[in-house]
Design a protein around this ligand. Structure first.
Ligand code: GTP
Ligand code: MG
Length: 351
């Protein structure tokens, strides 16, 4: 690893640490928690473009250097393309898949010029992205009348769970839904207070107990209360778990089981929140969490300010789990329903 890379890695680690320590939003941060006006399709694309700007620049900067001075796609070019994809955090398995597919096309069509490559890459990447089918209605949640739709949110420290819940709650309340939030991260008092701020701003009801109480008991209370009050959605926050701690993972199972006692098919969604700016680390977290609990949706945060947005492609493909939301900033309206058309548009330009 080059010295520069080591420096970069260290800096990224420090940033993650700082983000984890600053979990209580300051007054200034609170003022950004406001409900945004609905965005039109074009401004939505502009926001996604802006959020993924660094990823696009990183990816195409490397691609341009690989293409420079070449006119056709041949074996040596494919080697370079492979490197571009891997260093753009697409992940090895997915990169190999993309390269194999392009290789097969080159073999079939005999001659492929580099100018055609953009369109081909765009098609290949689009085909690998999984997305949730539910779209704009109810901010992307498959809510049915009569039973609260329960989302349990999991992920390591600092990934963006609480923030994502806050943003989701605000959007859902804006869509006219009654939202209950369960503060099942009982490890730190600050975590409960941070969530309370988001819940209050969003206009959601939060169910809490004291710090140190049993997270499963908080989840139980939240569902009971949500059912009694005809809530539409329940969002359960959980503590950031180190993915190598078996005990903590078992606790997730306990929270799940207890919820099933009140609403038999709850949780309807187990959403794994991954910090996109951690690149390969996010793959490792996805591996650990999917092995420990049944994850059926992903939220990938902090794609703004990172060139590592290629993780969306690899994680979505490798784990076969749809990306439900992406986070492109700290503001309440900067959580977006993932749309693969918008994502590839942001990388390759509108089509
Ligand atoms: N730039 C940016 N920052 C984000 C995004 N999502 C979350 N953050 C920030 O990331 C930091 C950590 O977010 P939290 O929501 O507290 O993370 P958490 O997973 O709940 O962390 P623990 O409670 O420690 O497990 C906060 O400073 C957030 O403002 C995003 O999409 N973009
Ligand atoms: Mg939290």
């Amino acid at each position: 690893m080059a010295l520069f890379d080591i420096f970069k890695k260290k800096k990224a680690e420090q940033q993650v640490q700082a983000a984890t320590q600053e979990n209580t939003p300051t007054e200034e941060q609170h003022s950004t928690v406001e409900v945004a006006e609905p965005t039109s399709e074009s401004s939505q694309q502009e926001e996604i473009d802006e959020g993924l700007k660094k990823t696009k620049e990183g990816f195409f900067g490397k691609l341009a250097r690989a293409v420079a001075g070449r006119s056709r796609v041949d074996e040596s070019f494919l080697d370079d393309l492979e490197e571009v994809l891997i260093t753009s955090d697409v992940g090895v398995e997915t990169t190999v898949k993309i390269i194999d597919n392009i290789q097969a096309r080159v073999a079939r069509d005999k001659y492929m010029n580099t100018a055609e490559l953009n369109d081909i890459l765009r098609e290949e990447i689009s085909a690998l992205l999984q997305e949730c089918e539910e779209k704009q209605a109810n901010f992307g949640l498959n809510i049915t009348e009569g039973t609260p739709y329960v989302v349990m949110v999991v992920g390591v420290n600092g990934a963006g769970k609480t923030t994502t819940i806050g943003k989701l709650a605000a959007q859902l309340v804006k869509a006219g839904k009654k939202v209950y939030i369960g503060a099942a991260d009982t490890f730190r008092a600050a975590a409960i207070d941070q969530l309370q701020v988001w819940a209050d701003r969003a206009g959601a009801t939060m169910i809490r107990q004291n710090m140190g109480s049993d997270p499963a008991s908080v989840a139980f209370d939240t569902l009971k209360s949500a059912v009694a009050n005809n809530a539409d959605v329940v969002l359960i926050d959980t503590a950031g778990r180190l993915h190598n701690k078996v005990g903590l993972m078992n606790e997730l199972a306990k929270i799940r089981n207890v919820m099933g006692k009140i609403i038999p098919d709850a949780p309807h969604e187990v959403m794994l929140v991954l910090d996109g700016s951690t690149g390969q680390n996010a793959f490792e977290q996805a591996r650990q969490f999917t092995a420990a609990t049944k994850v059926n949706s992903l939220a990938i945060t902090k794609l703004d300010g990172t060139a590592k947005g290629g993780v969306v492609i690899g994680i979505s493909d490798q784990f076969g789990i749809p990306v439900h939301y992406i986070g492109i900033g700290e503001g309440v309206d900067q959580l977006k329903i993932f749309d693969r058309r918008e994502y590839v548009n942001a990388l390759f330009g509108n089509k």
